[in-house]
Write a protein that binds this ligand. Structure first.
Ligand SMILES: Nc1ncnc2c1ncn2[C@@H]1O[C@H](COP(=O)(O)OP(=O)(O)OP(=O)(O)O)[C@@H](O)[C@H]1O
Ligand SMILES: [Mg+2]
Length: 502
């Protein structure tokens, strides 16, 4: 492979935003027919490099060659002509337009995109408005649009972060098929298992520079983490993993405590007759494949939708939320899947965390401090938010935006936190901190409902896990027993077997 002419050779790429040096001097070489991972902690410069390579932003410095020929990548059109097609970190679809209109807007042929979707075994209604399409499906549409161009190099910026395992599998199939046809993929992810399983080589960025290119299978996760975080921080992560492994949690005793959240025979959209109870101090997982009702369940509990039937109680009181404010007033807050939905992108990190809109809301729960500045600082520190670009949240890296969606509730207080994929796009070091943070909140009396598309998180985070299949709860597993195989069986509705394991 190394004898061939590289498909892409990018050298000495630099890009600054004012005082923030997003890329210092990054090199990247992608061979034909390889799946190449681009790795790095939150804010390392991965998305910036993707945007430079695809002509969305122009670098301050750097050279590019495609198939050995020097090229300029001055615009997205030029990048496309060079055979580069990106899927960006956030959905690139205008919410108020239909899918078909979105396709035409970006010069994609709806028919070609539809063909790619069919090849992915997905049916999408092109007359639907983008805002009504669930996030995972938007990501698959972005993928199909990129594939429709039959690119030499497909650049995937954290596409699997928002995908449940069944859809993520289809992305891996696409990557394998590309390799077989001599095409290449640049694949960004924070899930290191995906890198080991699916990538031929990996380039690791730290603080805007490439620190190494390795063969993941040989180095393993530890090597990657060490390059990503530096040797000392990596040690801390490895130590934390070892500790987690020995830390089997018992479900807290059920007796005598008013549940923080009680769901009784709830139906709405895909949710059919779901009942469960969540106690203060408990982290309850919800595991599901794509489209099993998890979206509707979180939408009802957070007051975005009204239930068709059934009941929700918060802290023992009936919760009839017609608006998210109603839920927030009852102490039930949401960390949503789509961070852009939760944030005021043009506003500062501080304004987003302090979220003045909620100032009239009674302070809840374990964290209850008066001074706004201190609350914001503490939340920033608890989540180690990179505030170099703090004046506008939209300028933060994706992972740091995600941290802000959690930080605001630390600063404002709550009784029950509904976390929908809270570590989506968060790097391996910070993930550990978030797991620890959720546990600390629970130990202080918070109740947490936790959906994740990353199955490995359930045994690390949850006391109990419910499997949702076809809108119904089909199994309940103890957190410690929620290994990947048991979860997958339960999530496919094979409840009897799952129960036998649990
Ligand atoms: N428009 C902008 N203005 C100011 N700073 C920016 C802008 N875009 C990115 N940055 C900064 O550049 C740095 C690198 O960001 P980038 O989005 O490339 O990180 P990343 O490696 O993709 O991280 P993540 O894993 O969180 O997605 C960050 O510090 C970010 O805040
Ligand atoms: Mg990014």
């Amino acid at each position: 492979m190394t004898d061939s002419v590289p498909l892409l050779e990018a050298r000495d790429i630099a890009k600054s935003y004012g005082a923030v040096q997003a890329l210092r001097s990054a090199d990247l070489v992608v061979e034909p027919g390889e799946v190449h991972a681009l790795l790095g902690a939150n804010g390392a410069g991965k998305s910036t490099l993707v945007k430079v390579l695809t002509g969305v932003i122009s670098p301050d410095r750097g050279t590019f060659a495609i198939n050995g020929n020097p090229v300029r990548i001055g615009s997205p059109a030029q990048a496309a002509r060079n055979g580069l097609a990106p899927v960006f970190q956030d959905p690139a679809l205008v919410p108020d337009l239909t899918i078909a209109q979105n396709m035409r807007l970006t010069g994609a042929s709806p028919a070609a995109v539809e063909r790619e979707l069919r090849a992915l075994d997905l049916a999408v209604d092109f007359s639907e408005q983008a805002r009504d399409v669930p996030l995972p499906m938007l990501r698959m549409i972005d993928l199909a649009r990129a594939l429709a161009r039959d690119p030499q190099l497909l650049l995937l910026d954290e596409i699997t972060a928002a995908l449940p395992s069944d859809l993520a599998e289809r992305v891996f199939t696409v990557m394998r098929a590309s390799r077989e046809r001599g095409r290449s993929v640049l694949f960004i992810t924070h899930r290191l298992k995906e890198v080991i399983a699916s990538c031929d080589r990996a380039t690791i960025l730290r603080d805007g520079g490439a620190v190494a290119t390795i063969v993941p299978e040989e180095g393993g996760e530890e090597t990657i983490v060490e390059y990503m975080l530096g040797p000392e921080a990596a040690q801390a992560v490895v130590a934390a993993v070892d500790k987690d492994a020995g830390d089997v949690r018992a479900t807290p005793a059920a007796t005598g405590v008013t549940p923080a959240l009680e769901v009784i025979d709830l139906s709405m959209g895909r949710v059919r007759g779901v009942s469960f109870s969540l106690r203060p101090g408990e982290i309850l997982g919800v595991a599901a494949l794509e489209g099993q009702g998890q979206d509707d369940l979180f939408a009802v509990l957070s007051g975005q939708q009204s239930p068709a039937s059934g009941e929700v109680r918060a802290g023992g009181k009936m919760l009839k939320a017609r608006h998210p404010y109603d839920a927030i007033r009852a102490g039930v807050v949401l960390v949503p899947a789509d961070r852009l939905q939760a944030l005021l992108p043009q506003r500062s990190v501080r304004e987003n965390i302090a979220a003045p809109r909620y100032n009239s809301v009674r302070r809840w729960g374990p964290i209850n401090v008066r001074d706004e500045g201190r609350r914001v600082r503490e939340a920033e520190e608890a989540l180690q938010i990179d505030t170099r670009a703090a004046r506008q949240v939209r300028r933060l890296s994706g992972g740091n935006q995600q941290k802000v969606t959690i930080a605001r509730w630390l600063a404002n207080g709550f009784a029950t936190m509904l976390c929908f994929d809270p570590t989506r796009g968060i790097d391996v070091g910070t993930k550990r901190q978030i797991y620890a943070l959720l546990r600390r909140l629970a130990d202080d009396g918070a109740a947490i409902l936790f959906f994740s598309s990353e199955l490995a998180e359930f045994p690390l985070v949850c006391d109990r896990v419910l499997a949702l299949f076809g809108g119904e709860v089909t199994a309940e597993l103890a957190g410690a027993a929620a290994d990947e195989a048991s979860l997958l069986r339960a999530m496919h509705g094979l409840a009897a077997e799952a129960e036998a394991v649990a």
